[in-house]
Design a binder for this molecule. Structure first.
Ligand SMILES: NC(=O)C1=CN([C@@H]2O[C@H](COP(=O)(O)OP(=O)(O)OC[C@H]3O[C@@H](n4cnc5c(N)ncnc54)[C@H](O)[C@@H]3O)[C@@H](O)[C@H]2O)C=CC1
Ligand SMILES: CC(=O)C(=O)O
Ligand SMILES: [Mg+2]
Length: 603
């Protein structure tokens, strides 16, 4: 099952770059300078002379026609010279400069932007996604030049049903929505959180080949409780405290109604909502609308795949997962989502109840070990609280160090948002783990919020560990020329496939079964030889291939649950008759790929 041959999407992209096949035409309703100012149609100096004549562009561009390949190389050369010229500058300054140069291309020429992104996703993901996207959100008001996506605010109550028609595209497949209340581990960033939906949707285009014309990043601005932003004269969002309770929900309800009135087939991904609203909105909408919460559900699937990988990395059968002792630090939307899915997996493997399955899991939040003795125990965390009878030698509120020393867990997994809490002492305590290959997952984002660095993990916890982080770190050089592999345990391995598979299935809901299929697919993606080296997740350069497989798994789960209604010309019966390989091929063939299409003007 684990041994099979793979191709990487970047190989495919490279071979396609020089393909001579003529793409189908694209209808444009504009002429002249309006085309040059529309990043979707713009080809910069790449417009052929005949097209310049047809579209009224003659004289609006320098005379020489530059090929797509030349434009591509020119962009990468200027990117590389920026890298060279900023070598001595602080890291944040360099990252923001890189983001700016990519963003300028995004604003000007989407075809070239997405081609550059797809071909070089491993290099550019840390710029358009975590960690740099966090920095971009923090500096959003200063960086703002042009709007991207839509903004619905508390002041728009009663207007959203008409406002949604202000969006220029007739069709929208994928929406990523945030209220900016918990941006990565950076807290409440209000309207500045729009960078997250933009970054996530860039990953949708790059990884899942969702057509960028059919994506929509959305900010629901219900105010902010961030005092610094409220006092900032340049802050671009509503300068009022966040709406709460029914007032808040009324805004989200109205937005969801408006979206589905205009685009009944759209999928809405909820992203970076503070915990109470993450759970409440998921519960409120998941049986009504085609939506999911990425932080709760996408993260859980990726973490579970990684946890199963650590079992294989120990050379043990997957069934041994039920014996793994796992300490989860962080009882927020992400941590609780992971616990829920992992416990369901144990229960499924053993046939025992979820109550019995949870005995191997330990949950820690800002007040320490969560037990039933906790005053004001959060109802969301309550199902995972330990009964003091079952934790001999530990008490309510025990620290991470105390828990690790006592439990000697196989896995220590952080989703706390607090940088460095897996300190030297905690990491050294992991040396006493009962596992032959203890695993440290420092999943919080961005980099400065990771529970520990890769270097510290290998240095203090030992060279035999398996390590994963939410944001990228370099592999670590160990003694004797060995390499400590760094995995990126990030929901980016799943959400693009969840969205794409759901869209192509035509399902109107996203079920636990579809999400579980996504996770199982990722878990089985890696080959044994890699897993034994501690490589739990595929390289980001193969993310299109991963996403095709995950998308197919989601689609097939929808078919099995009789939710698939088909997509375009492909009906539910045809989907049901596809073999597994045919489904993957079908998904792959529906991925958009950026090439310059001949433009045909129509009034
Ligand atoms: N790698 C990935 O794919 C993902 C990573 N994340 C990251 O996970 C982090 C948390 O996200 P959410 O769960 O949504 O946040 P949240 O705010 O809902 O939860 C944070 C939790 O951490 C706990 N915590 C805070 N300080 C602590 C301390 N000193 N010791 C132990 N626990 C502490 C809090 O009590 C709370 O339970 C963020 O940094 C986010 O970027 C979230 C989703 C996906
Ligand atoms: C990766 C992600 O979704 C987060 O850190 O919130
Ligand atoms: Mg998130």
């Amino acid at each position: 099952m684990w041994n099979r041959v793979r191709f990487t999407a970047s190989n495919l992209a490279r071979s396609r770059r020089f393909s001579t096949a003529i793409p189908g035409p694209c209808i444009v309703h504009k002429r002249g300078a309006d085309i040059l100012h529309d990043p979707w149609f713009n080809k910069d100096t790449g417009f052929p002379l005949t097209e310049r004549d047809r579209l009224g562009l003659r004289g609006l561009l320098p005379p020489r026609v530059i090929s797509f390949e030349q434009q591509y190389d020119r962009f990468l050369n200027s990117y590389r010279s920026l890298e060279k010229n900023t070598q001595c500058q602080p890291e944040n300054v360099v990252s923001l400069s890189k983001w700016r140069i990519l963003n300028r291309l995004h604003d000007r020429n989407e075809t070239l932007y997405y081609r550059v992104l797809i071909d070089n996703i491993e290099e550019f993901a840390p710029i358009i996604y975590t960690p740099t996207v966090g920095l971009v959100c923090q500096n959003y008001s200063g960086l703002f030049r042009r709007p991207r996506g839509m903004y619905f605010s508390a002041k728009d109550k009663g207007e959203m049903m008409s406002m949604i028609y202000n969006w220029p595209a007739h069709k929208v497949d994928m929406i990523v929505l945030t209220d900016g209340s918990r941006i990565l581990g950076l807290g409440d960033l209000g309207v500045q959180g729009i960078g997250i939906p933009i970054g996530k949707l860039d990953m949708y285009v790059a990884a899942a080949g969702i057509n960028p014309r059919n994506i929509l990043p959305v900010m629901l601005d219900v105010g902010t409780n961030n005092e610094k932003l409220l006092k900032d004269r340049l802050y671009l969002g509503l300068r009022q405290p966040r709406l709460e309770g029914e007032e808040y929900l009324a805004i989200v309800d109205e937005f969801m109604e408006a979206v589905y009135a205009r685009w009944p087939k759209a999928i809405v991904q909820f992203e970076d909502f503070q915990m109470k609203w993450a759970f409440t909105t998921l519960e409120r909408y998941h049986k009504r609308f085609c939506m999911f919460n990425d932080d709760i559900q996408g993260t859980a699937g990726v973490a579970l795949a990684g946890l199963l990988g650590t079992v294989r990395a120990q050379g043990r059968p997957l069934s041994d997962f039920v014996n793994q002792k796992i300490v989860v630090v962080g009882a927020g939307s992400a941590g609780l989502g992971v616990l829920k899915m992992a416990i369901q997996a144990v229960s499924k493997m053993t046939g025992c109840s979820e109550l019995a399955a949870k005995s191997q899991f330990f949950l820690i939040d800002k007040d320490g070990l969560v037990t039933t003795e906790r005053n004001n125990l959060d109802p969301a965390a309550a199902p995972f609280a330990k009964n003091p009878r079952d934790i001999e030698g530990l008490t309510e509120g025990a620290s991470i160090l105390e828990v690790v020393k006592k439990v000697k867990p196989h896995v220590l997994l952080g989703l706390s948002g607090v940088g460095g809490i897996f300190n030297e002492e905690v990491l050294k305590a992991m040396r006493e783990s009962v596992s032959t290959k203890p695993a440290i997952f420092a999943m919080s984002n961005p980099t400065m919020n990771a529970e520990c660095t890769a270097v510290d993990a290998f240095k203090h916890a030992g060279e035999n560990i398996v390590f994963a982080s939410g944001s990228p770190f370099e592999n670590v050089n160990l003694v004797n020329g060995k390499v400590g592999h760094v995995n990126q345990a990030n929901n980016m391995y799943l959400f693009p496939g969840i969205g794409l598979g759901t869209r192509l299935s035509g399902a109107h809901l996203i079920t636990d079964g579809m999400l579980q299929a996504a996770s199982e697919c990722l878990a089985s993606y890696m080959m044994e030889e890699d897993i034994l080296k501690g490589i739990l997740y595929p390289s980001i350069s193969s993310i299109r291939d991963v996403t095709a497989e995950v998308g197919a798994a989601v689609l097939r789960a929808a078919v099995e649950e009789e939710l698939a209604e088909g997509h375009g010309d492909v009906g539910p019966k045809e989907l049901a008759h596809m073999s597994k390989e045919e489904t993957v091929e079908y998904v792959r063939s529906n991925m958009w790929f950026p090439v310059y299409s001949p433009l045909v003007h129509e009034k």
